[in-house]
Design a protein around this ligand. Structure first.
Ligand code: 13P
Length: 282
């Protein structure tokens, strides 16, 4: 199965009424765990890494590994740059062959966000990659380094933004936040239905960690076709390793390696089932 364009994956998700999981990875073990879950459940998936994480996992090293894993997978896999903020980094991802990039201008004034997102849409035309942008502000930040205040998306602005920029999918803020939620998230399904009614392109939900199964289902049955999961995968891999040490089952590096893969696998598989993407690879 070739490396896929994210546009095609999301189009099929719209037709089939499910969401594609977009899983953040930090190393080869997580890449292998997520791909294993996708192959086991026959799910299409997106592998992603955020620009802010590249100080730990440099793009010129992890990017080719993500692409190689996608090309070697037996299910459709898109490779995505998450929360791109600089045109340099977005350009580098496109040159490497990423099939999708996000420009995150959610903190910018509306007009500036439109202008920059349009510039990224133009850049991506050179390779045919898909472009995601964000309107409204998802709470927190991808790596937890800044406590960005959540600001729900205005449905009218979302419509205007998607029409003026020509992005392929749109991340919205409906009470979702990155990282672990301090309190139970209360998603604004009223805003989601209004955005879904007004906006043509598939919608994206960030901050997947901590959202309940029922809320995930309500989201993907109401226009959300890409769901981002990061913290839950990191936590699952770390927990699996910690348990291994506690039980004395990690005797050397490769026991650690296997447990990291297993942690990423278990978390990704659970989410693919909730997103109804199981069996949709065929
Ligand atoms: P979580 O870390 O809350 O799963 O959010 C992931 C995300 O939205 C990455 O862009």
């Amino acid at each position: 199965m070739p490396l896929c364009n994210m546009k095609d994956l999301l189009k099929k998700a719209e037709e089939g009424n499910y969401a594609v999981g977009s899983f953040s990875v930090a190393n080869m073990e997580m890449i292998l765990g997520v791909i294993k879950a996708a192959e086991k459940t026959r799910s299409p998936i997106i592998l992603q890494i955020a620009e802010v994480r590249l100080n730990h996992s440099p793009l010129h090293v992890i990017g080719p590994a993500m692409l190689a894993a996608a090309r070697g997978a037996s299910v459709p896999v898109a490779v995505h740059l998450d929360h791109g903020t600089s045109l340099e980094c977005i350009g580098q991802a496109l040159r490497l062959g990423f099939t999708s990039v996000m420009f995150d201008g959610s903190h910018l004034p509306f007009e500036k966000n439109v202008e920059m997102s349009k510039a990224v849409v133009e850049m991506a035309k050179s390779t045919g990659a898909a472009v995601e942008a964000e309107i409204g502000c998802v709470g927190g930040s991808e790596d937890g380094s800044v406590d960005i205040a959540m600001r729900c998306t205005s449905p009218e602005q979302a419509k205007l933004f998607s029409e003026r920029t020509g992005v392929d999918c749109l991340a919205i803020a409906i009470g979702n936040a990155h990282g672990f939620y301090k309190d139970e998230p209360e998603l604004r399904f009223d805003i989601l239905s209004e955005v879904d009614r007004l906006v043509e392109v598939p919608l994206v939900l960030h901050g997947g960690t901590g959202i309940s199964e029922d809320d995930f289902i309500r989201c993907h049955q109401n226009g959300i076709k890409k769901i981002n999961i990061a913290t839950a995968t990191f936590a699952s891999s770390e927990r699996k390793v910690r348990e291994g040490y506690e039980k004395g089952e990690i005797k050397g590096y490769y026991d650690l390696h296997t447990r990291e893969i297993e942690g990423a696998y278990e978390n990704a598989k659970k989410h693919m089932e909730i997103f109804y993407s199981v069996g949709k690879a065929e």
